[in-house]
Design a protein around this ligand. Structure first.
Ligand code: PMV
Length: 306
């Protein structure tokens, strides 16, 4: 048995989504695959499943009953620590494989279990990564249900309503700083700032408004406006303390041939995303500025057995 799940790209709203603000994401055409076959004891890539790097896999295994232990093999095209949802893709692909052995995979069940895994392993989180990896395509997270509702996830008096949203088919240029930063502490630092600073709380709300305006702009194909909103979203994230000089450098380099650019995912390192209709030129500019650059597209397929 084997299953795969996509990485994700947050176009607007990371961090603010943890506080219940809207966010927009898309699954991307970089996927994680997890293979399983029966074995006398649990193994991950031939080694111990207790190794720290398999903590998401181990927590996913604890969620699903299997008839016996398995040898799991994990292959991922999603670079880790790059803000592209690699842990969510591996978690969701693992859950897909385990449920596949039982005979049925249901994206909603897997999205809920995936969120629990992420919460257990990483602490405070939103369900955006794990739900995007489960559902595929474009996702809009809102505090209240609207047309296109896929599922609702609740935790500690917070509720996220995950909606299907159609995005135009676009190339996104990723600029990876190569600096890896853990999501959990970044999310915790933003919470501390928001609790003590009215300005930080205001930035979170402004990001929520930008997300909805950004979605409108993308749907109208107004890439100039969408790019402008990405630039503003980047500035607000930097104000919340999740920027990095290297991210500014890559975003500035990308902007010369793009409509706009922002950090994507947890920040503190990781990647930027640029909206460009000259993707190859933007890739070159990011490389010249010292980043690893590549182009991704939306992937409509969520968790799936292979
Ligand atoms: O960088 P990633 O893939 O871990 O994305 C995290 C997105 C956040 O909004 C920062 C956290 C979350 O759980 O929503």
């Amino acid at each position: 048995m084997a299953a795969s799940a996509p990485g994700k790209l947050i176009l607007f709203g990371e961090h603010a989504v943890v506080f219940g603000e809207p966010a927009l994401s898309t699954a991307i055409n970089l996927r994680a695959e997890v293979y399983a076959r029966p074995h006398p004891e649990w193994r991950a890539d031939g080694g111990s499943i207790d190794e720290p790097r398999y903590r998401y896999v181990k927590a996913a295994v604890a969620k699903v009953k299997t008839s016996g232990p398995l040898w799991l093999e994990i292959r991922s095209m999603v670079p880790s620590g790059a803000g592209l949802g690699s842990s969510a893709a591996v978690t969701v692909a693992t859950l897909g494989t385990l449920h596949g052995i039982g005979g049925s995979i249901d994206a909603k069940t897997i999205a809920r279990e995936g969120f629990e895994v992420e919460h257990e392993v990483q602490g405070r989180a939103s369900p955006i990564d794990t739900s995007t990896a489960s559902a595929g395509g474009g996702l809009l997270v809102l505090p209240k249900p609207q047309d296109g509702l896929l599922w609702t996830i609740e935790r500690d008096a917070r509720r996220w309503c995950l909606h299907r949203t159609d995005l135009p088919s676009l190339d996104f240029v990723i600029g990876n700083s190569g600096i890896s930063a853990a999501t959990g502490p970044l999310v915790a630092n933003v919470k501390e700032r928001v609790d003590r600073s009215r300005e930080a709380a205001g930035a979170v709300r402004e990001i929520g408004r930008i997300t909805l305006d950004g979605l409108d702009a993308l749907r109208r194909n107004d890439l100039v406006e969408a790019g402008h909103l990405m630039d503003r979203n980047h500035a607000l994230l930097t104000q919340l303390g999740v920027g990095h000089p290297m991210l500014d450098r890559l975003a500035d380099a990308a902007r010369k041939t793009s409509y706009g650019a922002k950090l994507t995912g947890a920040g503190g390192g990781g990647s930027i995303v640029a909206l460009s209709d000259r993707p190859q030129e933007t890739v070159e500019a990011i490389r010249a500025a010292g980043g690893k650059a590549f182009v991704v597209r939306s992937d409509p397929t969520g968790v799936a057995t292979l």
